[in-house]
Design a protein around this ligand. Sequence first.
Ligand SMILES: C[S@@+](CC[C@H](N)C(=O)[O-])C[C@H]1O[C@@H](n2cnc3c(N)ncnc32)[C@H](O)[C@@H]1O
Length: 315
Amino acid sequence: MKWNQASVLTASESVDAISNIMMESGANGVAIEDALDIVNFESDPFGELMDISTINHIQEGAKVVAYFPETIFLPEVLPSIQSRITELASFGLDIGVNDVSIEEVVESDWATAWKKYYHPVLISRYLTIVPDWQDYTPHSADEHIITLDPGMAFGTGTHPTTRLTLQALEVVLRGGETVIDVGTGSGVLSIASKYLGANEVYAYDLDEVAVRAAKENMALNPIAADVHVSANNLLEGIDIKANVIVANILADIIILMVPDAYRQLADDGYFIISGIIEDKVASVLDVVTANGFDVDQTFKQRDWYAFILTKKIEE
Ligand SMILES: C[S@@+](CC[C@H](N)C(=O)[O-])C[C@H]1O[C@@H](n2cnc3c(N)ncnc32)[C@H](O)[C@@H]1O
């Protein structure tokens, strides 16, 4: 089967939004190449895990490559894709050079094209994410291996927002907790929560593709076989008291769930929020503090922030 490929050169912070636009416009999948991640990988002490010589990678910014079936006539949908990408700038996102190009793909199986960019991701001393198709030998007995095939869902572990969230989970989890993972994507945060000792984990996503991918990833990690994965809009209709609620979603969406998170969180619980670009920090912090939360810890990588929030103590 032939595929058409639309590539967009952009800034790192816009890759999620542009990927969504591509999928909503009929793409069957996207691959993301981020120059900063590649620099990180190359300078990684375990860089030998990655055969970087095979990658003809970009030097700056990021590239979103979307694969469309030949039944979609790309020149027809491209103007609307282009105008939706341009619109992102009005939401405060840096869309970079925003140059869209089309080419026919020789690759017979687009679904595996992105796999050559994906290699073991060392998150911390305790957590490493390993693609399902790669062999990996842990460096120590403490290292938990999250086996992942993200498919078309977000959550490979290479994105700063996922890394920061995983690090925040490591800080708060002690064992025995009930965790709610809102916007689970590949399920990576839920699997990590189980490795870090959580008892019950509930994983939700609005996107059926993500729900399917998350369920498949739970099956790849026996420790997470009992994670409850289902489709849901944020915390709507959820009535579970949680010790930890974790959400790595864009700032404007997190803001919508803050009152529900306060209600569902145990008084001594933690609300971990991530996916917050620098420009949005002030507005998110205004909303969480107005809704009864204090900032306990702040995490930052590049322009991305994550926060561990606790409930304000009544005086
Ligand atoms: C940035 S990804 C995070 C994936 C994964 N948790 C991680 O940390 O890598 C955000 C996820 O939130 C999901 N999402 C977006 N809006 C949502 C909503 N209103 N309710 C539930 N999930 C949502 C998206 O489908 C996507 O899978």
